[in-house]
Write a protein that binds this ligand. Structure first.
Ligand code: BES
Ligand code: ZN
Ligand code: ZN
Length: 482
């Protein structure tokens, strides 16, 4: 599993840092770099350096010195700068960033620290991993004690993101539903955690998760984990439902090989909701949050569900399964109905790598947000702007609902192709809505940003942990509201 470098604040740089980093800014490079005994202004001019976020300039003859652009000092610029530095320094044992010359707002310092830590994440199963890796980061500020709470917050949240990334990056042979449930138990030790095995699921009628999991030799699980931070009898209960397909072959409606290559990431929603509860508990937010992670492996086999089967997700609604590759909505149907009928949720957010149509529409960096509730949409959009985890609101187009009508059952699990509607992400969201019982609900389709093909700013190759920072920020806002 990944280990993040340690990060400490100091009032003075250590005596002999391996690498010392000094910030530069557009229009103001000389004053900030003034303590360096070289012609910094001339150097920056020769390098055509502008102090843009993440811009790194090496100083000739000064192997230990780096100049780092901080852009406009916005949280986003600082996140980018932090990540760029972490990448450049990834083979150095320690790095010191001297920020005494810059006045940073709390959110900007948070962005910087998040960028430093997120950018230094890596996951490897190489038999001979590199011995040299960044182990220690020191950030020098004028008032370290005052800045410490910001760093503590970043450590809690990025720690949770790193766990989510690890879970997504873990190879699928290791990542059975039972394994993932055990990891969740370890991650959330100390909270109220219940793991339902296939027998408990059958007894209680979790027909969606069971149907998806029945083709695998490794049976499904549902993890329910609650952190109770709200004062007794007061405050809202937030339920986060996560899609946890530990590997999505498509089942009998099998995927072509190329589409399957990244399908160990199909539990990114479950990883995000579990990690979010960990972070919220670490931050001791005065709010009560339950994660429901529906875990199954979607395999083709003699015991797999077939196109044409009729199943009963939690609560008894019947569903005609016409494509076994549209399995995420079946496990989420269980979780959403349970949140409604049993948990009495005040607000439900589901997070899922749900449809291939979502990255077609929004690309690899933007999640789709679906909700009938304008106020909830605005809250999540605000959290998105603050964290840089991008999303875009999509329509729950009423007219498309007829595409989900089935001859045999209450619903079909894919839009009727005869209606030639396209918009597969929208019909998927409309399907989910049928299980929410009309409760305030948000659906986040993270099929795009749950995984990234390379390193880019604070995102690292592979599982991104998308959703953790967004949800934690949103929950912080909710906790403050009361
Ligand atoms: N897990 C996939 C969606 C996905 C695709 C996530 C690409 C990340 C990247 C999902 O279960 C799926 O296969 N959806 C089908 C639905 C279709 C059969 C209606 C899809 O999008 O093709
Ligand atoms: Zn699928
Ligand atoms: Zn899937």
């Amino acid at each position: 599993m990944a280990t993040l470098p340690s990060l400490r604040l100091a009032g003075e740089p250590p005596a002999a840092p391996t690498v010392l980093v000094v910030p530069t800014r557009p229009g103001d490079p000389v004053r900030l770099a003034g303590r360096v005994p070289i012609d910094v202004a001339g150097l920056l001019e020769r390098e055509k350096a502008k102090g843009a976020a993440g811009e790194l300039v090496t100083v000739p003859g000064e192997r230990r010195l780096l100049l780092l652009g901080l852009g406009d000092l916005s949280p986003g610029a600082l996140r980018k700068s932090g990540a760029a530095l972490a990448r450049r320094a990834k083979d150095e044992p320690d790095v010191t960033l001297d920020l005494r010359g810059v006045a940073l707002k709390d959110d900007a310092l948070l962005g910087l620290v998040e960028g430093l830590l997120l950018g230094s994440y890596s996951f490897t199963r190489k038999s001979n991993p590199k011995a040299r890796a960044l182990k220690a980061l020191t950030v020098v500020v004028k008032a370290p004690e005052r800045a410490q709470p910001v760093v503590d917050r970043a450590l809690a949240v990025v720690g949770a993101v790193a766990v989510a990334r690890d879970l997504v990056n873990t190879p699928p042979a290791e990542k059975s539903p039972a394994w993932l449930a055990r990891q969740a138990g370890k991650l959330l030790a100390g909270l109220e955690v219940t793991v339902r095995d296939e027998k408990a699921l059958a007894a209680e009628g979790w027909g969606g998760t069971l149907a998806v999991g029945m083709g695998s030799s490794r049976p499904p699980r549902v993890v329910e984990a609650t952190y109770r931070g709200a004062p007794e009898g007061r405050g809202r209960h937030v339920v986060l439902v996560g899609k946890g397909i530990t590997f999505d072959t498509g089942g009998i409606s099998i995927k072509p090989n190329a589409s399957m290559l990244t399908m160990k990431m199909d539990m990114g929603g479950a990883a995000a909701v579990l990690a979010t509860v960990r972070a919220v508990a670490d931050l001791r937010l005065p709010i009560t949050v339950t994660a429901v992670a529906c875990l199954a492996e979607n395999m083709p086999s003699g015991s797999a569900q077939r196109p044409g089967d009729v199943i009963r997700p939690y609560g008894g609604t019947t569903v005609e399964v016409l494509n076994t590759d549209a399995e995420g909505r079946l496990v989420l149907a269980d979780g959403l109905a349970y949140a409604d009928k049993v948990l009495d949720a005040d607000v439900v957010v589901d997070v899922a790598t749900l449809t291939g149509a979502m990255p077609v529409a929004l690309g690899a960096k933007i999640a789709g947000l679906f909700t009938p509730d304008d106020a909830l949409a605005a809250q999540l959009e605000a959290a998105s702007a603050a964290t840089g985890e991008r999303l875009w609101r999509m329509p729950l187009c009423e007219d498309y609902r007829t595409a989900l009508e089935s001859q045999t059952a209450d619903l079909r699990n894919i839009g009727d192709p005869r209606l030639k509607l396209q918009g597969g992400s929208i019909t998927a969201a409309l399907f989910l809505e049928a299980f929410t019982g009309g409760r305030p609900w948000v659906h986040l389709d993270i099929a795009g940003p749950g995984w990234y093909a390379g390193d880019d700013d604070e995102v690292t190759k592979g599982g991104t942990g998308y959703g953790v920072r967004l949800l934690v920020r949103w929950l912080e806002g909710l906790a403050k509201k009361r």
